[in-house]
Write a protein that binds this ligand. Structure first.
Ligand SMILES: Cc1cc2nc3c(=O)[nH]c(=O)nc-3n(C[C@H](O)[C@H](O)[C@H](O)COP(=O)(O)OP(=O)(O)OC[C@H]3O[C@@H](n4cnc5c(N)ncnc54)[C@H](O)[C@@H]3O)c2cc1C
Length: 306
């Protein structure tokens, strides 16, 4: 991106922007090259300006949440990376529908914050998301889930901005959720979701949170950089179990290693490159196919130039 284009983009926005941004710093796995531009729109108006700017100059854009399920390749990203993590952080109760309490959560809200918000009000329904380090936008886009619950179970509607800048609200029945995916039209950006929860009895919420946290910490590496589950679970045996059964835990390429704690997590031991992570993924995929005849597909989104 040329210097004057950067200056122009910067001057358009109320929110912050940075250029040649090291994506390793903005993703939980900590690998990958730089993005031409990383922008943090402050509100919808800001976001619309960015989209218009990108459209007029045919510059590609990419939406990033907390970067906890993406692998950025080593040569980074051309175009504009848009993060709603600073401007879209409001969460509030907006009313009731039958037995349910409706929560309006903006896309940049951390799930950790959202879960705390419900715990403090003794509302139940979101406990399974405790410990998922993403944002509401990322969790909706990925249909994130754990312990038998997924985002699709709690969502009432999603508000999105199209690449043209127009905003639309889609009700639950019009949203197509799949395993770890919400079908979005190309370039659509989730702005907020309305989620339905219910009032809890006694200490139910705190007890569930305690249980889920314990299970998560027992089974996942939490003190090393990772991108969560690398592969989607195929039908039948979970990906982590397949990898474990083939004795691949601890296998490494460079500084990328299959976690000893969970076969479906790759940890960055320090200075891993995206090329090492991707080579390790290819190795696992080939081994699983050769020995078990099962094709693993990535859950992580692999983006940027290699
Ligand atoms: C330690 C660890 C544990 C994890 N455990 C789980 C788990 O139990 N269950 C689970 O499902 N996941 C888990 N994950 C993966 C990840 O945290 C979730 O998928 C999370 O929902 C991703 O949110 P994010 O904000 O980080 O999104 P990102 O990783 O930044 O983005 C993921 C995808 O969502 C898209 N996206 C993000 N925001 C928006 C938006 N506003 N509009 C449109 N598209 C958007 C991105 O373009 C990208 O395609 C784990 C990850 C880690 C590191």
């Amino acid at each position: 991106m040329k210097g004057d284009t950067k200056e122009e983009l910067k001057s358009l926005l109320k929110g912050k922007s940075s250029f040649d941004a090291p994506m390793a710093k903005y993703t939980s796995l900590g690998v990958g090259g730089r993005a031409d531009a990383l922008v943090f729109p402050q509100d919808e108006e800001d976001l619309r300006e960015i989209l218009q700017f990108a459209k007029e100059r045919a510059i590609p854009y990419y939406i990033l949440g907390n970067g906890t399920n993406v692998v950025v390749r080593d040569r980074g990203l051309r175009g504009i990376v848009i993060s709603l993590c600073r401007g879209f952080r409001r969460v509030r109760i907006i009313g009731r529908e039958d037995e349910e309490v409706l929560i309006d959560a903006e896309a940049g809200v951390n799930l950790k914050h959202l879960v705390r918000f419900t715990r403090e009000r003794n509302l139940t329904g979101l406990e399974a998301f405790t410990g998922i380090p993403g944002t509401v936008g990322g969790a909706l886009a990925m249909n994130a889930g754990a312990f038998g619950s997924e985002m699709r179970d709690v969502v009432k509607s999603v508000t999105m901005m199209e690449g043209t800048g127009s905003v639309m609200i889609k009700e639950r029945r019009k949203l197509r959720f799949n395993y770890r995916n919400l079908v979005l039209s190309k370039g659509s950006i989730i702005l907020r979701g309305i989620l339905g929860v219910t009032e809890a009895r006694g200490g139910e919420v705190v007890a569930k949170l305690k249980d889920f946290r314990r299970l998560r910490f027992q089974s996942q590496p939490r003190n090393m950089p990772t991108a969560g589950s690398i592969f989607k679970n195929p039908k039948g045996t979970p990906a982590g179990q397949l990898i474990d059964e083939l004795g691949l835990k601890g296998h490494r390429i460079g500084n990328a290693r299959v976690s000893e704690k969970h076969g479906n997590f790759i940890v960055n031991e320090g200075d891993a490159t995206a090329a090492e992570v991707l080579a390790l993924m290819a190795f696992i995929r080939d081994e699983v196919y050769e020995k078990r005849g099962i094709r693993l597909t990535p859950e992580v989104h692999i983006i940027g130039e290699g």
